[in-house]
Design a protein around this ligand. Structure first.
Ligand code: SF4
Ligand code: SF4
Length: 293
C-alpha cells in the first residue's frame, strides 16, 4: 500500500508524557498492517525509540558545524566579522580576533564578509546520526544523537530531515524533541500532521496549549493523544472542543502498559485490540490531511 510518504510528527509540550510510546507503538501497528514505515528519532538529547525495536545500526555519521578560523597574517582587525555575527561568537579585540566555538552556529556569515579572506573554516563535531533497521529489516530506522554539552540539536535534525527519502516509505514517523523549542520547530517543519501527546493534568494541559499554538501557527493539522487517561470528560476533553483539535485516542492509566514500557516492550504486541486502534487513528489522520489540503 502506498500512502505517498505521509510524514507524521509526534510531539508533546514536555518530556515524559508518552511521546515515545505513541511513536513506537504506532510504527509497529502500521508495519503489522502492511505499511512501509520509517521511524525517525529526532529527540536528539535522549533518543530511545531504538530500544523497542532491537535496532541494528548499519551506518554512523558525524554531524559537524563549520566554524571559522582566522589567519592572523591576513587579518586587519577591521571588526566586520564581529559586527555581522548574530551570536557574539567572534569578537575583535585590539590585537586579535577571538572565536567562542560553543556560541558559533556555523552560519558562515563572518567568512563571507571578511574583506581580506582571512577566515577559513574547520569542522567541529556536535553529534552523530545512526541509520539502520529494526524487526529484521521490516522497520527503517534513523536517529540523531547530540554530543554532551552541545546547546542545539537543530543542525542534526535539519541534516536528518534534508536527507529523508520519503518516497521509499508509506509513512515516516518523526519522534520530535519535547517542548516547543527551535529543535521542535525544525522537526515538525514540512510534516503533514502532528500528533500531540499529553496527559490529563494541569501541567499537561499547559504544555499541550503551547504545542497547539505552535502547530496552528505553522499550519499543520493536528490531533491529540491523551496518555494515562482515566476518564473521558477530563480537562483535555474541554480544551479539545474549545480549540477544535480532536482527541484521536486515549491510552489508559494502566500498570501493565507502564511495566511493558519499562521492559522496552511495545504494548500493542501484548495487549489485545491496540493494533486496530492505532490503524484507526492512522485512517483518521489521512482523512484530516486530505481535508486540510
Ligand atoms: S573581518 Fe576579517 S579582517 Fe576583519 S577583523 Fe574579522 S577576520 Fe580580521
Ligand atoms: S560562522 Fe556565523 S555564528 Fe559562527 S562566528 Fe561566524 S558569523 Fe558567528
Amino acid at each position: 500500500m502506498n500512502e505517498g510518504g505521509i510524514k507524521i510528527a509526534v510531539l508533546s509540550g514536555k518530556g515524559g508524557t508518552g511521546k515515545t510510546t505513541v511513536a513506537t507503538n504506532m510504527a509497529r501497528s502500521l508495519i503489522k498492517s502492511g505499511h512501509r514505515v520509517h521511524l525517525v528519532d529526532l529527540d536528539v538529547e535522549e533518543p530511545n525509540d531504538h530500544i523497542f525495536f532491537d535496532v541494528k545500526v548499519d551506518e554512523t555519521e558525524d554531524v559537524n558545524l563549520l566554524i571559522p578560523v582566522v589567519d592572523e597574517t591576513k587579518c586587519i582587525l577591521c571588526g566586520e566579522c564581529s559586527r555581522v555575527c548574530q551570536f557574539g561568537a567572534i569578537v575583535t579585540f585590539s590585537d586579535k580576533v577571538r572565536i567562542f566555538e560553543s556560541l558559533c552556529h556555523g552560519c558562515g556569515a563572518c567568512g563571507m564578509i571578511c574583506p581580506t579572506s582571512a577566515i577559513s573554516e574547520k569542522p567541529r563535531r556536535i553529534g552523530e546520526i545512526k541509520r539502520g533497521n529494526g524487526m529484521n529489516g521490516e522497520l527503517a530506522f534513523t536517529m540523531g544523537l547530540m554530543d554532551l554539552g552541545e546547546k542545539s540539536g537543530v543542525p542534526i535534525i535539519r541534516k536528518i530531515k534534508g536527507e529523508l527519502n520519503e518516497g521509499e516509505y508509506d509513512v515516516v514517523i518523526l519522534d520530535s524533541p519535547p517542548g516547543v523549542s527551535c529543535s521542535v520547530v525544525e522537526s515538525i517543519r514540512r510534516t503533514d500532521f502532528a500528533i500531540l501527546v499529553t496527559e490529563p493534568t494541569r501541567f499537561g494541559l499547559h504544555d499541550l496549549s503551547l504545542a497547539c499554538d505552535l502547530v496552528k501557527d505553522m499550519g499543520i493539522p493536528a490531533g491529540i493523544v491523551v496518555n494515562r487517561s482515566e476518564e473521558e470528560k477530563d480537562i483535555i476533553h474541554e480544551f479539545s472542543k474549545r480549540v477544535g483539535i480532536p482527541i484521536l485516542m486515549r491510552i489508559p492509566f494502566d500498570r501493565k502498559i507502564a511495566e511493558l514500557y519499562s521492559q522496552g516492550k511495545l504494548f500493542v504486541e501484548e495487549l489485545e485490540g491496540w493494533y486496530e486502534k492505532f490503524n484507526e487513528i492512522f485512517s483518521t489522520i489521512k482523512g484530516m490531511i486530505k481535508c486540510s489540503r
